[in-house]
Write a protein of this length. Sequence first.
Length: 147
Amino acid sequence: MNAPRETPGRRSSFVQFIAIPTRWADNDVYGHVNNVQYYAFFDTAVNQHLVAAGVLDIAASPVVGLVVETQCRYFSPVTFPDVINVGLRVSRLGNSSVRYEIGIFRVGNDEPCAIGHFVHVFVDRATRRPMPVPGHLRAALNRLVRA
């Protein structure tokens, strides 16, 4: 017996949105944005939030997030030249990790084209050993927690 298909979240269940234009090179031979690009959208949205919040200096932050898990479920295709809104929220903030939930939306649509998650474990840049989430970073991540 097949498991029921997951019902996607809605735009209102996400806290912050980042607009990303698709590129001609994102499309594949089947005429839609290739699945691997969605993971790039996830990475871009998460890191854009951290940089804009002033808690990530890509070249110098002593504590950095490494991706240890990611997943995506697809509901409808995106194609060039769509501009997408990537919705972010934090579903779990632990001692040294965070789980982001992410929705890919076409501009003006309430239902996502795709949803997924992305887990960062924060580590010391030099040793790559897990570190507690620093206070300033924790504050920026807490702003993404859905109340």
